[in-house]
Design a protein around this ligand. Sequence first.
Ligand SMILES: [Zn+2]
Length: 314
Amino acid sequence: MKIIDAHCDALLKLMEDPNLSFYKDNDQLQVQFKYMKQANVAIQFFALFISPDTPSQLRFQKALKMIDIFYEQVVKEDRIIPIYTGSEVEQVLGNTQGPLGGVLSLEGADALEGSILHLRTLYRLGVRALGFTWNYRNEAADGVEEPNPGGLSHFGREVLMECNRLGIILDVSHLSEKGFWDVVQLSAAPFIASHSNCQSIHYHQRNLNDDQIKAIYQKNGVLGLTFVPDFVAAKKERNISDFLRHLDHALSLGGENHIAFGSDFDGISSTLTDLGKMADYTNLVNRLLSHYKEEQVEKWLSGNWKRLFLDILG
Ligand SMILES: [Zn+2]
């Protein structure tokens, strides 16, 4: 069964270590071509993460640098193609021998430096998903770790409208709860949480409460459950069984057509004990197939993301 995964930080690692290769075996990258093939991951979102210590006038440039790494080091016509529209998604999912796909997603509007022109430029360079914030405040909104966080700023609202117009997937992971409800109210399109779990199972600022999860479903969006151990449970060793409690809960809220996965591989130093790298997705898939109906598992691995792509990217 083919898999779509909505979050990884491989581009950051590739930028930080010029000797790393996406195509040569190494044990630093949790996401690499070999693992994608092994686990049948057909489409991977690649985050453009701009660390908060980047000087403000260099943030856009940093995003450009990571986009360049994506096209120079990850995209290869016969192996990984960039996903711009629903037709590439269908091509990749429908073809057993063809190339896999990569989606560029901006993690935090920091890189826009307050400019809609930068947003449109990034769209033209292939960016198809946008998270408003990382954990802190930027020109568009406040993140979950900002003290007394507010919602979307005027600029954030402009960003939202332009993403709706262009066909960029809006991502609320990391966004403050106020910002979340602004997106619910203002977005004409379904939206996603690319890598967040359920607060009812384990309270963490980065997880979502039940009302938020139900609002994503009502908007016909997608919840990408994530393998970040600290978002899964509070104990020391955490594994797929602990993770599945979040899936069961998300399902109990009516999530069959909205649940999916966003691993956060390469953005995490510790991992679930039995899900340490992309190749280990097979452990998760086997567990899912032993607990749930095949048609449900297929929706969570790729079907729900596919519907969202077709809805938003056209
Ligand atoms: Zn993140």
